[in-house]
Design a protein around this ligand. Structure first.
Ligand SMILES: Cc1cc2nc3c(=O)[nH]c(=O)nc-3n(C[C@H](O)[C@H](O)[C@H](O)COP(=O)(O)O)c2cc1C
Length: 353
């Protein structure tokens, strides 16, 4: 029996969620067709993976891999870095994420991103990886509120497209810090915030504090996109109901099930062979974009999340890691996934963080 929506008993909860996720959202002066987004993911939200997500559709915006701001103005758009897209890719639904800490450099990068026709630019104030933070980039900027605001202001003065900021709670587990950061970002000129309510040193081990998203949402007038541990429809409904967020960004679930955007926003029903077909298609796209060697390395990263779909995913993951080329990857995929792959109702993301 489909669950009924208590506030509107003529609708199922699936229909209520679909209606919310397909309601357009205005960011600055631009309309986004829906409220379900793909979060930025380094080495994984690449153009090959986006080709898979785009074929299914259903998302509002996709966020790119993070790109080093200093390299963006001279990037050619088709080499192997993060600032890469396919000639036919619809950049008007893509937001380019950049990292760095020098306001002018970040502003030059944003100008280039605007010239290419992206929907907007996203500032990475959330990456907590030591080698990024040591240089004063990513979440390190949450310790430097003046510098973070200077970056946003420089970009705001340089471009008219939407400016997003993606951030975490901060370095201490205190919602006031997140609220304070959010207000500063809005005052400096940000048009939307993606908030992942974890402290910076936490690499997704403890649950995110969704109640902090509600606090941030109450504190600012610009749209707030909630993020963190949405692994099925029920999580998504709960995050929206508990926080009042304007949209939801999916990270690891999008990797595991790239059709999730279509599934939650339309009548799309995944077929039984969707796991095999989309994994095989990704091997082809990765090979076309990156060549066989880097393509295989990228697939291995992806496999960690993809195999979280299956009851015996760790076994499949081990086999995929042991093969030496993409032909081997395809053979293992066909062998394991052709007949009843024993799909879990909800991917086991706790195996891979
Ligand atoms: C493999 C991987 C790469 C990521 N790279 C980035 C990144 O480049 N920029 C960023 O802001 N966040 C990055 N994140 C964080 C995600 O955008 C997201 O905040 C986090 O995974 C929590 O969302 P989820 O629970 O839906 O996965 C990355 C996460 C993963 C799993």
């Amino acid at each position: 029996m489909p669950r009924r929506d208590a506030t509107n008993p003529t609708m199922t909860t699936n229909q209520t969620l679909q209606r919310f996720l397909t309601t357009p959202l205005t960011i600055r002066d631009r309309e986004v067709r829906g409220r379900l987004f793909m979060a930025p993911m380094a080495k994984l939200g690449n153009t090959a993976f986006r080709q898979i997500v785009t074929a299914f559709g259903g998302y509002g915006l996709l966020f790119s891999e993070m790109c080093w701001a200093a390299s963006v103005p001279c990037g050619n758009g088709h080499d192997q870095g993060g600032f890469t897209w396919r000639p036919e890719e619809d950049l008007s639904a893509l937001v380019c994420q950049i990292f760095g800490n020098h306001p002018e450099t970040m502003a030059w990068a944003a100008q280039r991103i605007a010239r290419e026709g992206f929907f907007g630019v996203d500032l990475n104030f959330g990456c907590a990886v030591a080698r990024i933070c040591k240089k004063g980039y990513g979440a390190a900027l949450l310790k430097e509120p003046g510098q973070a605001a200077a970056i946003i202001k420089a970009i705001r003065n340089a471009v008219s497209m939407p400016v997003f900021v993606k951030f975490r709670t901060g370095w201490d587990d205190d919602p006031e810090i997140a609220v304070d950061s959010a207000r500063r970002f809005e005052d400096a000129g940000a048009d939307a915030l993606t908030f992942h309510p974890r402290v910076a040193p936490d690499r997704r081990t403890r649950p995110p504090r969704w109640e902090y998203i509600a606090r941030v949402k109450e504190a600012v007038r610009i749209p707030v996109i909630g993020n963190g541990d949405v692994f099925d429809r029920h999580d998504c409904e709960k995050m929206i109901a508990q926080t009042g967020c304007d949209g939801v960004a999916l990270g690891r679930l999008a990797l595991a099930r790239p059709w999730v955007f279509a599934e939650w926003t339309s009548d799309f029903q995944p077929s039984e062979d969707i796991y095999l077909k989309s994994a095989l298609a990704l091997t082809e796209h990765l090979e076309a974009c990156y060549g066989p060697h880097t393509g295989k390395r990228r697939f291995h990263r992806y496999a960690a999340y993809f195999t979280a779909n299956f009851r015996y995913g760790h076994f499949l993951y081990g086999r995929l890691c042991r093969v030496s080329d993409l032909a081997g990857v395809r053979a293992v995929l066909r062998e394991h996934l052709t007949e009843d792959p024993d799909v879990l109702p909800r991917p086991n993301m706790h195996r891979f963080r």
